[in-house]
Design a protein around this ligand. Structure first.
Ligand code: WT7
Length: 661
């Protein structure tokens, strides 16, 4: 606890009154003290002529270290298979580590790591470089070469960064799977990507509990393609090790040589695959490459967070297993030589003030989190942040889902103390980098709006039928020019790549999958997904994937999953389930099915509630009418039910929903 916390902090009724007052304000100019020195102060994102987009990115790319400078910037000869800087070569780990150490910054802290039980470790750039070289050598000895896929399934510990950069150093694309996913889901992702090696841990910790990770993975069954499993000893539990296949991380690291030269990679060499949910049960293997990705994440990390590596302490609270962690914990910050915080735990363990305590301890200047977390903190009360000195904070970021104005204002008043610009950053796993966001010190912000496309990005809102621009109003969000960190394809599925993103309005318009509103000033407001993707706490989940897992439960005959608005998680999963034969829905069975989903996909996919039904509303052509299920869950009047095969069933359904709530 701090004694130097400012005294004029609001809570209770005073805070409520201030929030009410600001709710009327609607627009927030960059604070004068900030605007005068900000990186983005001269930025005029809206005036870049279209022809200048590629030139703009080329200029950004030249801030990296290239082993072979590129002559070709953007190749548009085979849309939508665009390439960036294709004749150049570079190494991502060289750019993230060696470059800074050679410039004399080896002693700079790359990560202040905070463990769940209060452990602290500071890892410098020089230490990170040493471990990355050793682990790269160890991977080579395990037979990993350029182009081989390495799976990574680790908690939020520094070794996850070492593993990712070691892969980058030798050109082995990594496939990181979120540590909260179930072993079955991990195995599935290893299988489809034909991973050769998996790097995992003995166990993980969550809110004081220890769970086995390696043993649980083993229990999910064998995988032929997997030649080795590397086990990081993190929690110190016993692990079953199969001789010849399984090795301990610390042992192979100790045995490895200290020097592993960073081999230049072609700019279009794949850096990683990251699986993300789409509207079908099959996850999409999103492929990102080397030169364009690093250009996109490093330049947006500097611009959007006004980053100065000499001064700032950056903290992105995401998990490394999501794209936010890839781009803004690992690659962007390290490429920029920044000092970051990495926290293993949850925001409410060991207590609900832990985030604010860490901000105070490390002097965090830039803080980047998700609306769902802000809403949880709001619920816990301003008293938690108010007892800490948060005066080092300069910029606050939000990502993952639309942020409601109330949460935006709470963030602004209670965390930012009305001094810090908020950047509401819109992007996706597919875009790799932030695309739409205010530029701090430059953009006038509006609570709930992501504002405008960044320089070099051309976003538009278009009519869903004609594809014409909507000057003011709602439509589909699209991206009209290629950008460097764009996905290059879906792993092994070029056709699906074209069909999913580039078919609706032709191969030059990327269809994002979100609806958006453009207001009278041209600011963009993201409305939400238009496909069967549910956004729970900023995590993208596919209805189809959850449905297919529920249907593998022995007692289930049929299931349909929809999203329902939820005050804390944004959206929640509701499952409509038809049981087999004469079985009755009971609370025990509900718990069993929810656990079944948690076990096969992960806890984040666990339905909030289950509604037992005898029949699903279907069209005459036997398609489930999810729109009706959504309307019922939201308490909306039911739209057109004339295409329904049995309209009378709806009244019964509404009764059951009321009973389940
Ligand atoms: C989807 C992408 C980008 C990292 C986290 C999620 C939604 C993301 C915002 C925002 C409104 C947002 C969109 C998008 N989304 N950021 N600032 N405002 N919606 O990555 O899992 O690939 O999900 O998240 O619906 O399409 P993702």
């Amino acid at each position: 606890m701090s004694t130097s916390a400012p005294s004029l902090l609001l809570s209770g009724e005073q805070l409520d009154r201030r929030l009410e007052e600001l709710l009327q304000q609607k627009r927030f100019s960059p604070p004068a003290h900030f605007a005068a020195t900000a990186r983005g102060r001269g930025a005029a994102p809206d005036v870049l002529a279209e022809s200048d987009q590629a030139a703009f990115w080329a200029e950004q790319a030249r801030t990296l270290h290239w082993d072979t400078p590129f002559a070709s910037v953007l190749d548009e000869s085979n849309p939508p298979f665009y390439t960036w800087f294709a004749d150049g070569t570079l190494n991502v780990s060289y750019n993230c580590l060696d470059r800074h150490v050679l410039a004399g910054h080896g002693d700079r802290v790359a990560f202040h790591w905070a463990g769940e039980e209060g452990e602290q470790r500071a890892i410098t750039y020089a230490e990170l470089l040493r471990d990355v070289q050793r682990f790269a050598n160890a991977l080579k000895r395990l037979g990993v070469g350029k182009g081989d896929i390495v799976g990574i399934y680790l908690p939020m510990i520094p070794e996850v960064v070492v593993a990712m950069l070691a892969c980058a150093r030798i050109g082995a694309p990594h496939n990181v799977v979120f540590g909260g996913f179930a072993p079955e889901a991990v195995k599935d992702r290893m299988k489809v990507s034909a991973a050769k090696v998996l790097v995992t841990a003995d166990g993980g910790r969550r809110k004081g509990k220890t769970m086995p990770v390696k043993a649980a993975y083993d229990a999910a069954g064998e995988l032929d393609s997997l030649e080795h499993i590397v086990v990081v000893r993190h929690v110190g539990i016993d692990v079953p090790m199969r001789p010849g296949r399984d090795v301990f991380y610390d042992e192979i690291l100790a045995a490895a040589d200290d020097v592993c030269p960073a081999h230049p990679m072609e700019a279009e060499h794949p850096l990683f695959i990251l699986y993300s949910s789409g509207s079908t049960a099959k996850p999409k293997g999103i492929v990102h490459t080397t030169g364009g990705y690093l250009t996109g994440v490093s330049s947006t990390h500097k611009l959007v967070f006004d980053l100065d590596s000499e001064r700032d302490v950056f903290w992105c609270t995401a998990d490394v297993g999501w794209v936010t962690g890839h781009s803004y914990i690992v690659y962007g910050p390290l490429c920029n030589g920044a000092t970051s915080v990495m926290f293993e735990g949850a925001p409410d363990y060991p207590h609900r003030g832990i985030w604010w305590e860490l901000i105070e301890r490390y002097g965090v200047t830039v803080f980047y989190t998700a609306p769902t977390a802000i809403r949880a903190c709001m619920k816990w009360g301003a008293e938690e942040p108010n007892v800490h000195d948060l005066s080092t904070l300069r910029v606050l970021g939000s990502v993952g889902e639309p942020i409601n104005p109330k949460a935006w204002l709470w963030y602004h008043v209670v965390v930012g103390r009305e001094r810090c610009p908020i950047v509401d950053t819109w992007w996706q796993t597919e875009t790799g980098q932030i695309m739409i966001s205010p530029v701090p010190g430059h953009t006038e912000t509006k609570p709930g709006s992501a504002c405008q496309a960044l320089p070099g990005v051309v976003a538009d809102v278009v009519d869903e039928k004609t594809g014409e621009s909507v000057v003011q109003g709602q439509g589909l969000l699209v991206l009209k020019r290629p950008w460097p960190a764009m996905l290059r394809t879906l792993y092994g599925e070029d056709e699906r790549y074209v069909k999913t993103y580039w078919s609706r309005f032709g191969p030059e318009t990327y269809v994002v999958g979100d609806a958006a509103i453009r207001d009278q000033d041209g600011s963009l407001w993201i409305v939400g997904r238009i496909d069967d993707v549910i956004n729970v706490s900023g995590h993208r989940l596919s209805t189809a994937e959850v449905e297919s897992v529920i249907m593998t439960h022995a007692k289930v005959a049929e299931a349909a999953v929809v999203a329902q608005s939820d005050a804390s998680t944004g959206q929640a999963i509701v499952a409509f389930v038809i049981l087999r034969g004469e079985l009755e829905g009971t609370p025990e069975l509900e718990a069993e099915i929810r656990e079944h989903v948690a076990r096969y996909i992960g806890k984040i996919s666990r339905p909030k509630c289950i509604v037992w039904i005898d029949e699903l509303p279907k069209t005459n052509s036997a398609k489930i009418m999810r729109r009706l299920l959504r309307d019922i869950m939201e308490g909306r009047p039911l739209g057109d039910v004339t295409t329904l095969s049995d309209p009378a069933a709806m009244a019964d359904l509404a009764r059951r929903v009321a009973a389940a709530q």
